[in-house]
Design a binder for this molecule. Structure first.
Ligand code: NAD
Length: 364
Protein backbone atom coordinates (compact mmCIF):
# COMPACT_ATOMS: atom_id res chain seq x y z
CA UNK A 1 0.00 0.00 0.00
CA UNK A 2 1.25 3.46 -0.87
CA UNK A 3 0.38 5.18 2.40
CA UNK A 4 0.67 8.82 1.33
CA UNK A 5 -1.34 8.16 -1.83
CA UNK A 6 -4.06 6.56 0.33
CA UNK A 7 -4.07 9.57 2.66
CA UNK A 8 -4.29 11.97 -0.22
CA UNK A 9 -7.11 10.04 -1.96
CA UNK A 10 -9.21 9.86 1.18
CA UNK A 11 -8.26 13.33 2.37
CA UNK A 12 -6.70 12.46 5.73
CA UNK A 13 -4.87 15.05 7.79
CA UNK A 14 -2.76 12.89 10.04
CA UNK A 15 -2.13 9.25 10.84
CA UNK A 16 -0.28 8.31 13.99
CA UNK A 17 1.36 4.92 14.51
CA UNK A 18 1.63 4.12 18.21
CA UNK A 19 3.95 1.35 19.34
CA UNK A 20 5.12 0.09 22.68
CA UNK A 21 6.56 -3.43 22.56
CA UNK A 22 6.82 -3.66 26.36
CA UNK A 23 3.01 -3.74 26.68
CA UNK A 24 2.28 -5.26 23.24
CA UNK A 25 0.63 -2.14 21.87
CA UNK A 26 0.38 -1.68 18.13
CA UNK A 27 -2.16 1.00 17.35
CA UNK A 28 -3.03 3.41 14.56
CA UNK A 29 -4.92 6.65 15.13
CA UNK A 30 -6.33 8.28 12.01
CA UNK A 31 -7.44 11.89 12.02
CA UNK A 32 -9.41 12.51 8.88
CA UNK A 33 -10.62 16.09 9.12
CA UNK A 34 -10.78 18.60 11.96
CA UNK A 35 -12.36 21.53 10.11
CA UNK A 36 -15.52 21.38 12.22
CA UNK A 37 -13.92 20.34 15.50
CA UNK A 38 -11.81 17.64 17.17
CA UNK A 39 -11.75 14.27 15.43
CA UNK A 40 -14.01 11.93 17.40
CA UNK A 41 -14.34 8.20 16.88
CA UNK A 42 -14.07 4.97 18.84
CA UNK A 43 -11.11 2.67 19.26
CA UNK A 44 -11.53 -0.78 17.74
CA UNK A 45 -9.51 -3.68 19.21
CA UNK A 46 -9.38 -6.38 16.57
CA UNK A 47 -7.18 -9.31 15.46
CA UNK A 48 -6.54 -7.89 11.99
CA UNK A 49 -5.01 -10.36 9.54
CA UNK A 50 -2.37 -7.81 8.57
CA UNK A 51 -1.18 -4.28 9.35
CA UNK A 52 -2.39 -3.20 5.90
CA UNK A 53 -5.90 -4.40 6.75
CA UNK A 54 -5.82 -2.45 10.02
CA UNK A 55 -4.68 0.68 8.23
CA UNK A 56 -7.37 0.37 5.55
CA UNK A 57 -10.02 -0.09 8.25
CA UNK A 58 -8.95 2.92 10.32
CA UNK A 59 -8.72 5.15 7.24
CA UNK A 60 -12.18 4.08 6.03
CA UNK A 61 -13.84 4.39 9.44
CA UNK A 62 -12.31 7.77 10.33
CA UNK A 63 -13.46 9.25 7.02
CA UNK A 64 -16.95 7.92 7.70
CA UNK A 65 -16.96 9.72 11.06
CA UNK A 66 -16.22 13.06 9.34
CA UNK A 67 -19.33 12.66 7.17
CA UNK A 68 -21.50 11.48 10.03
CA UNK A 69 -20.56 14.44 12.25
CA UNK A 70 -20.86 16.96 9.43
CA UNK A 71 -24.30 15.86 8.21
CA UNK A 72 -25.55 15.73 11.82
CA UNK A 73 -24.73 19.40 12.35
CA UNK A 74 -22.10 18.63 15.01
CA UNK A 75 -18.92 20.62 15.54
CA UNK A 76 -16.78 17.53 15.34
CA UNK A 77 -14.30 16.09 12.89
CA UNK A 78 -13.75 12.47 11.97
CA UNK A 79 -11.27 10.17 13.64
CA UNK A 80 -10.85 6.55 14.62
CA UNK A 81 -8.27 4.32 16.23
CA UNK A 82 -7.48 0.65 15.94
CA UNK A 83 -5.47 -1.59 18.24
CA UNK A 84 -4.05 -4.60 16.43
CA UNK A 85 -4.32 -7.98 18.16
CA UNK A 86 -6.73 -10.36 19.81
CA UNK A 87 -8.23 -8.54 22.80
CA UNK A 88 -8.78 -11.87 24.58
CA UNK A 89 -5.06 -12.60 24.36
CA UNK A 90 -3.25 -9.28 24.73
CA UNK A 91 -5.58 -6.76 26.37
CA UNK A 92 -4.19 -5.46 29.66
CA UNK A 93 -4.43 -2.42 31.90
CA UNK A 94 -0.93 -1.34 30.87
CA UNK A 95 -1.70 -1.61 27.14
CA UNK A 96 -4.91 0.40 27.46
CA UNK A 97 -3.26 3.08 29.61
CA UNK A 98 -0.37 3.33 27.13
CA UNK A 99 -2.93 3.84 24.36
CA UNK A 100 -4.47 6.59 26.54
CA UNK A 101 -1.08 8.28 26.77
CA UNK A 102 -0.81 8.38 22.98
CA UNK A 103 -4.29 9.90 22.76
CA UNK A 104 -3.30 12.50 25.37
CA UNK A 105 -0.17 13.36 23.38
CA UNK A 106 -2.38 14.56 20.52
CA UNK A 107 -3.62 17.37 22.75
CA UNK A 108 -7.33 16.94 22.00
CA UNK A 109 -7.06 16.70 18.21
CA UNK A 110 -8.48 13.19 18.61
CA UNK A 111 -11.15 12.11 21.14
CA UNK A 112 -11.57 8.40 21.66
CA UNK A 113 -14.55 6.24 22.69
CA UNK A 114 -15.61 2.60 22.97
CA UNK A 115 -15.90 0.39 19.88
CA UNK A 116 -15.70 -3.31 19.02
CA UNK A 117 -13.43 -5.32 21.34
CA UNK A 118 -13.33 -2.56 23.96
CA UNK A 119 -15.52 -2.48 27.07
CA UNK A 120 -16.64 0.23 29.45
CA UNK A 121 -14.12 -1.07 31.99
CA UNK A 122 -11.36 -0.75 29.38
CA UNK A 123 -12.30 2.87 28.78
CA UNK A 124 -11.85 3.54 32.47
CA UNK A 125 -8.17 2.57 32.06
CA UNK A 126 -7.81 4.78 28.99
CA UNK A 127 -9.43 7.62 30.96
CA UNK A 128 -6.74 7.32 33.66
CA UNK A 129 -4.21 8.66 31.14
CA UNK A 130 -6.22 11.10 29.06
CA UNK A 131 -9.07 13.58 29.29
CA UNK A 132 -9.90 12.98 25.65
CA UNK A 133 -12.36 10.13 26.12
CA UNK A 134 -16.12 10.15 25.75
CA UNK A 135 -18.92 7.59 25.96
CA UNK A 136 -18.12 6.83 29.59
CA UNK A 137 -20.55 4.99 31.90
CA UNK A 138 -23.09 6.97 33.91
CA UNK A 139 -21.29 6.23 37.20
CA UNK A 140 -18.29 8.14 35.80
CA UNK A 141 -20.57 11.10 34.92
CA UNK A 142 -20.65 9.87 31.34
CA UNK A 143 -23.54 9.39 28.95
CA UNK A 144 -23.92 5.61 29.37
CA UNK A 145 -25.47 3.36 26.74
CA UNK A 146 -26.16 5.42 23.58
CA UNK A 147 -28.55 2.86 22.05
CA UNK A 148 -31.87 4.46 23.11
CA UNK A 149 -30.72 7.77 21.62
CA UNK A 150 -29.60 6.02 18.43
CA UNK A 151 -32.99 4.29 18.20
CA UNK A 152 -34.79 7.62 18.64
CA UNK A 153 -32.81 9.13 15.75
CA UNK A 154 -33.54 6.12 13.53
CA UNK A 155 -37.24 6.41 14.39
CA UNK A 156 -37.26 10.11 13.43
CA UNK A 157 -35.30 9.48 10.22
CA UNK A 158 -37.79 6.73 9.37
CA UNK A 159 -40.73 9.08 9.93
CA UNK A 160 -39.12 11.72 7.71
CA UNK A 161 -38.56 9.16 4.94
CA UNK A 162 -42.14 7.93 5.26
CA UNK A 163 -43.36 11.53 5.00
CA UNK A 164 -41.35 11.97 1.81
CA UNK A 165 -43.01 8.90 0.28
CA UNK A 166 -46.58 9.29 1.51
CA UNK A 167 -46.97 12.89 2.72
CA UNK A 168 -47.62 11.74 6.28
CA UNK A 169 -45.11 11.04 9.03
CA UNK A 170 -47.43 8.88 11.12
CA UNK A 171 -46.41 5.23 11.30
CA UNK A 172 -49.75 4.08 12.72
CA UNK A 173 -50.82 0.95 10.85
CA UNK A 174 -47.59 0.99 8.79
CA UNK A 175 -45.82 -2.36 8.40
CA UNK A 176 -42.22 -2.16 9.62
CA UNK A 177 -39.75 -5.05 9.68
CA UNK A 178 -36.84 -4.74 12.11
CA UNK A 179 -33.81 -6.97 11.48
CA UNK A 180 -31.86 -7.37 14.72
CA UNK A 181 -33.46 -7.00 18.13
CA UNK A 182 -30.36 -5.88 19.98
CA UNK A 183 -29.90 -2.70 21.99
CA UNK A 184 -30.99 -0.40 19.17
CA UNK A 185 -33.50 -2.70 17.44
CA UNK A 186 -35.43 -3.43 20.64
CA UNK A 187 -35.59 0.27 21.60
CA UNK A 188 -36.81 1.06 18.07
CA UNK A 189 -39.50 -1.63 18.35
CA UNK A 190 -40.69 -0.01 21.57
CA UNK A 191 -41.06 3.38 19.85
CA UNK A 192 -42.83 1.81 16.86
CA UNK A 193 -45.15 -0.10 19.16
CA UNK A 194 -46.11 3.12 20.97
CA UNK A 195 -46.96 4.69 17.65
CA UNK A 196 -49.17 1.80 16.54
CA UNK A 197 -47.02 0.38 13.73
CA UNK A 198 -47.50 -3.25 12.65
CA UNK A 199 -44.13 -4.74 13.54
CA UNK A 200 -42.37 -7.73 12.04
CA UNK A 201 -38.98 -8.73 13.37
CA UNK A 202 -36.17 -11.18 12.95
CA UNK A 203 -33.16 -12.09 15.07
CA UNK A 204 -30.78 -15.01 15.39
CA UNK A 205 -31.62 -15.10 19.08
CA UNK A 206 -34.90 -16.88 19.84
CA UNK A 207 -34.85 -15.24 23.27
CA UNK A 208 -34.81 -11.70 21.86
CA UNK A 209 -37.55 -12.57 19.41
CA UNK A 210 -39.64 -14.13 22.15
CA UNK A 211 -39.26 -11.02 24.33
CA UNK A 212 -40.33 -8.74 21.45
CA UNK A 213 -43.33 -10.97 20.70
CA UNK A 214 -44.51 -10.94 24.29
CA UNK A 215 -43.80 -7.27 25.04
CA UNK A 216 -44.63 -5.57 21.75
CA UNK A 217 -46.69 -8.10 19.78
CA UNK A 218 -44.13 -8.34 16.96
CA UNK A 219 -44.67 -10.96 14.27
CA UNK A 220 -41.56 -13.14 13.83
CA UNK A 221 -39.93 -13.60 10.44
CA UNK A 222 -37.19 -16.07 9.43
CA UNK A 223 -33.65 -14.60 9.64
CA UNK A 224 -32.83 -16.27 6.30
CA UNK A 225 -35.30 -14.58 3.99
CA UNK A 226 -36.47 -11.61 6.05
CA UNK A 227 -35.75 -9.27 3.16
CA UNK A 228 -38.42 -10.96 0.98
CA UNK A 229 -41.20 -10.10 3.42
CA UNK A 230 -43.71 -7.62 1.92
CA UNK A 231 -43.72 -4.59 4.26
CA UNK A 232 -43.75 -0.80 3.98
CA UNK A 233 -40.45 -0.14 5.74
CA UNK A 234 -37.37 -2.27 6.36
CA UNK A 235 -35.18 -1.36 9.32
CA UNK A 236 -31.82 -3.17 9.24
CA UNK A 237 -30.50 -3.01 12.80
CA UNK A 238 -28.11 -5.96 12.85
CA UNK A 239 -25.05 -5.74 10.63
CA UNK A 240 -23.58 -4.08 7.56
CA UNK A 241 -23.51 -5.11 3.91
CA UNK A 242 -27.05 -6.48 3.85
CA UNK A 243 -28.19 -4.25 0.97
CA UNK A 244 -26.44 -5.86 -1.97
CA UNK A 245 -26.85 -7.30 -5.46
CA UNK A 246 -28.40 -10.46 -4.01
CA UNK A 247 -30.93 -8.96 -1.60
CA UNK A 248 -32.05 -5.72 -3.31
CA UNK A 249 -33.90 -7.39 -6.24
CA UNK A 250 -36.08 -9.26 -3.70
CA UNK A 251 -36.99 -6.34 -1.42
CA UNK A 252 -40.71 -5.63 -1.22
CA UNK A 253 -40.80 -2.34 0.66
CA UNK A 254 -41.02 1.39 -0.06
CA UNK A 255 -38.42 2.61 2.45
CA UNK A 256 -35.22 1.29 4.06
CA UNK A 257 -34.35 3.06 7.32
CA UNK A 258 -32.30 1.33 9.99
CA UNK A 259 -29.40 1.69 12.40
CA UNK A 260 -26.84 -0.77 11.05
CA UNK A 261 -23.59 0.83 9.92
CA UNK A 262 -22.56 0.45 6.26
CA UNK A 263 -25.78 -1.21 5.13
CA UNK A 264 -24.86 -0.75 1.46
CA UNK A 265 -22.36 -3.41 0.41
CA UNK A 266 -21.26 -1.00 -2.34
CA UNK A 267 -22.11 2.63 -1.60
CA UNK A 268 -22.52 3.70 -5.22
CA UNK A 269 -23.83 0.56 -6.93
CA UNK A 270 -26.28 -0.48 -4.23
CA UNK A 271 -27.71 2.99 -3.61
CA UNK A 272 -28.38 3.14 -7.36
CA UNK A 273 -29.94 -0.34 -7.32
CA UNK A 274 -32.33 0.78 -4.57
CA UNK A 275 -33.22 3.98 -6.44
CA UNK A 276 -33.88 2.03 -9.65
CA UNK A 277 -36.30 -0.18 -7.75
CA UNK A 278 -38.07 2.94 -6.43
CA UNK A 279 -37.05 2.21 -2.84
CA UNK A 280 -36.23 5.24 -0.72
CA UNK A 281 -33.07 4.72 1.32
CA UNK A 282 -32.53 6.87 4.40
CA UNK A 283 -28.70 7.06 4.67
CA UNK A 284 -27.50 5.01 7.65
CA UNK A 285 -24.77 7.42 8.72
CA UNK A 286 -27.33 10.19 8.99
CA UNK A 287 -30.19 8.48 10.78
CA UNK A 288 -28.02 6.41 13.15
CA UNK A 289 -26.09 9.48 14.36
CA UNK A 290 -27.97 9.58 17.70
CA UNK A 291 -25.12 7.66 19.35
CA UNK A 292 -22.60 10.23 18.16
CA UNK A 293 -24.87 13.08 19.23
CA UNK A 294 -25.06 11.41 22.64
CA UNK A 295 -21.29 11.32 23.17
CA UNK A 296 -20.92 14.83 21.74
CA UNK A 297 -23.37 16.01 24.41
CA UNK A 298 -21.22 14.29 27.05
CA UNK A 299 -18.30 16.54 26.10
CA UNK A 300 -20.28 19.53 27.38
CA UNK A 301 -21.53 17.85 30.58
CA UNK A 302 -24.16 15.26 29.87
CA UNK A 303 -27.91 15.59 29.93
CA UNK A 304 -30.06 12.86 28.34
CA UNK A 305 -32.85 15.33 27.60
CA UNK A 306 -30.42 17.62 25.73
CA UNK A 307 -29.07 14.64 23.78
CA UNK A 308 -32.60 13.60 22.79
CA UNK A 309 -33.57 17.17 21.89
CA UNK A 310 -30.48 17.50 19.72
CA UNK A 311 -31.25 14.16 18.06
CA UNK A 312 -34.50 15.65 16.79
CA UNK A 313 -32.35 17.47 14.24
CA UNK A 314 -32.18 14.13 12.36
CA UNK A 315 -35.81 14.53 11.24
CA UNK A 316 -35.16 17.88 9.48
CA UNK A 317 -31.78 16.75 8.19
CA UNK A 318 -33.33 13.64 6.61
CA UNK A 319 -36.00 15.71 4.86
CA UNK A 320 -33.31 18.09 3.63
CA UNK A 321 -31.15 15.24 2.27
CA UNK A 322 -34.12 13.61 0.52
CA UNK A 323 -35.16 16.93 -1.03
CA UNK A 324 -31.58 17.57 -2.22
CA UNK A 325 -31.44 14.08 -3.73
CA UNK A 326 -34.60 14.78 -5.69
CA UNK A 327 -33.50 18.26 -6.83
CA UNK A 328 -30.02 17.13 -7.87
CA UNK A 329 -31.16 13.86 -9.44
CA UNK A 330 -28.84 11.77 -7.24
CA UNK A 331 -29.31 9.09 -4.60
CA UNK A 332 -29.98 10.03 -0.96
CA UNK A 333 -26.63 8.52 0.01
CA UNK A 334 -24.81 10.75 -2.47
CA UNK A 335 -26.88 13.77 -1.42
CA UNK A 336 -25.96 13.22 2.24
CA UNK A 337 -22.28 13.01 1.27
CA UNK A 338 -22.52 16.19 -0.79
CA UNK A 339 -24.34 18.17 1.92
CA UNK A 340 -21.77 17.05 4.48
CA UNK A 341 -18.92 18.19 2.21
CA UNK A 342 -20.67 21.49 1.55
CA UNK A 343 -21.03 22.15 5.27
CA UNK A 344 -17.34 21.43 5.85
CA UNK A 345 -16.35 23.74 2.98
CA UNK A 346 -18.58 26.58 4.13
CA UNK A 347 -17.37 26.41 7.74
CA UNK A 348 -13.78 26.17 6.54
CA UNK A 349 -14.26 29.38 4.52
CA UNK A 350 -15.82 31.03 7.55
CA UNK A 351 -12.83 30.13 9.72
CA UNK A 352 -10.39 31.46 7.12
CA UNK A 353 -12.29 34.75 6.99
CA UNK A 354 -12.28 35.10 10.77
CA UNK A 355 -8.48 34.70 10.74
CA UNK A 356 -7.94 37.63 8.35
CA UNK A 357 -6.53 40.62 10.20
CA UNK A 358 -8.90 43.53 10.57
CA UNK A 359 -8.00 46.43 8.26
CA UNK A 360 -7.25 49.51 10.28
CA UNK A 361 -8.43 52.67 8.62
CA UNK A 362 -6.08 55.56 9.04
CA UNK A 363 -6.54 59.06 7.75
CA UNK A 364 -3.69 60.84 6.10
P1 NAD B 1 -26.42 -5.46 19.29
O1 NAD B 1 -25.22 -6.31 19.21
O2 NAD B 1 -26.97 -5.09 20.63
O3 NAD B 1 -27.63 -6.13 18.48
C1 NAD B 1 -27.51 -6.74 17.24
C2 NAD B 1 -28.62 -7.78 17.13
O4 NAD B 1 -28.65 -8.27 15.80
C3 NAD B 1 -28.43 -8.99 18.06
O5 NAD B 1 -29.63 -9.22 18.79
C4 NAD B 1 -28.10 -10.12 17.11
O6 NAD B 1 -28.58 -11.38 17.56
C5 NAD B 1 -28.82 -9.69 15.85
N1 NAD B 1 -28.30 -10.25 14.61
C6 NAD B 1 -27.01 -10.37 14.22
N2 NAD B 1 -26.93 -10.92 13.00
C7 NAD B 1 -28.20 -11.14 12.60
C8 NAD B 1 -28.79 -11.71 11.45
N3 NAD B 1 -28.04 -12.16 10.43
N4 NAD B 1 -30.15 -11.78 11.39
C9 NAD B 1 -30.90 -11.34 12.40
N5 NAD B 1 -30.41 -10.82 13.52
C10 NAD B 1 -29.08 -10.72 13.63
O7 NAD B 1 -26.08 -4.16 18.44
P2 NAD B 1 -26.75 -2.72 18.53
O8 NAD B 1 -25.96 -1.88 19.46
O9 NAD B 1 -28.21 -2.87 18.69
O10 NAD B 1 -26.42 -2.16 17.06
C11 NAD B 1 -27.12 -2.62 15.93
C12 NAD B 1 -26.51 -2.01 14.67
O11 NAD B 1 -26.59 -0.58 14.74
C13 NAD B 1 -25.03 -2.33 14.47
O12 NAD B 1 -24.76 -2.44 13.09
C14 NAD B 1 -24.32 -1.10 15.04
O13 NAD B 1 -23.04 -0.91 14.44
C15 NAD B 1 -25.28 -0.01 14.62
N6 NAD B 1 -25.20 1.18 15.46
C16 NAD B 1 -25.41 1.10 16.80
C17 NAD B 1 -25.36 2.25 17.59
C18 NAD B 1 -25.62 2.19 19.07
O14 NAD B 1 -25.84 3.26 19.68
N7 NAD B 1 -25.65 1.03 19.68
C19 NAD B 1 -25.05 3.49 17.00
C20 NAD B 1 -24.87 3.56 15.62
C21 NAD B 1 -24.93 2.40 14.85
Amino acid sequence: MNIFEELSTRGHQQVVFCYDGSVGLKSIIAIHDTTLGPALGGVRFWPYASEAEALTDVLRLSRGMTYKAAISGLNLGGGKAVIIGDPLQIKSEALLRRFGQFVESLGGQYITAEDMGVSVKDMEYVRMETRYVTGLPEEMSGSGDPSPVTAYGVYLGMKAAWKKVTGTESLKGVKVLVQGLGKVGMALVELLHKEGAIIYATDLSAQQLDHAERSYGVQPVSPDDWYRQPVDILAPCARGGILNAETIPHLRCAVVAGSANNQLADEIEDSLRLAERGILYAPDFLINAGGLINVYTELEGYSRSRALARTEYIYEATLRVLAAAEQRGITPHEAAMQLAEERIRSISALKTRSLLPAISLTTA
